[in-house]
Design a protein around this ligand. Sequence first.
Ligand SMILES: [Ca+2]
Ligand SMILES: [Ca+2]
Length: 293
Amino acid sequence: MPSYTELCALPMPATQSPIRLFLAIAALLVWPALAQAQTAANDPQRLVESEVTAGQRDIAEAWLILPNNRYDHKVLGRSYEAGGLRVRMRDGAVLSFVLPDEFVFEDRLARLADLDGDGHDEVIVVMTSLNKGASLAVFGTDSGQLQLKAQTPFIGQPHRWLNPAAIADFTGEGRPDIALVQMPHLVKRLELWTLRNGKLVRITSFDGVSTHQIGSGETKMFATYDANKDGVLDLIVPDSDRQNLLMISFAGGRAKKVGSIAVPVPALGNFSIQDDVLTVPLANGDVFRTGLE
Ligand SMILES: [Ca+2]
Ligand SMILES: [Ca+2]
């Protein structure tokens, strides 16, 4: 007889017997009652590769759960994606959202930001339809439950993905905006979205940006920095072949290139900035560093 932990250790192999499948489903049904003492660190349903995001407001931490292999895309290098989302609130309550079977979270982290300025964090994650491809979804906990609050349109066909970049006040209007790259391997379009009157609205876009290589689990080829010193954060992202690092300003709601730095070989890996030094992993294993002052 398998243990409860074993039953929850998804993804399940394709050869799962009917009785094991039944027991696993039963375990999922009773899970909400057991989840109250849950943290990301001890959650057997966590997508192991997913990052745990620590919050500064009412959500203490957020993470992805329920790995499954129902979507055959492997854009992030694995045969499984997340089937649910879980947060632990500051008061200890654990809230979960389990997707219907025709969707997955094609992502490796659940981002937290207060997009509408009400003091409560929203959860931002890539939500993909098996038939219509990816969209960006925003979940809220206002009602004491994790609920879908707003969403960008699905791209329109399967195996089409988008990669979120930074969330910051890029326009200078005082609210966080969401930068994302639509189809970073095909269309390569950087877009800026914001939550306005409960809906996600696209503010502006900039063509020729790619923040991801197919099959890579690294999704953070970006950094934020006020490159043109106008008091508003800019976004640093690779161009379409990742040979140049573009500095994009969205001040006033218009995307504009305000700087560019060439790299010796294509960028590949998560960017970071410390003490005004930008660090960029490269495709040949080297690391490129440059001062931004
Ligand atoms: Ca909010
Ligand atoms: Ca700026």
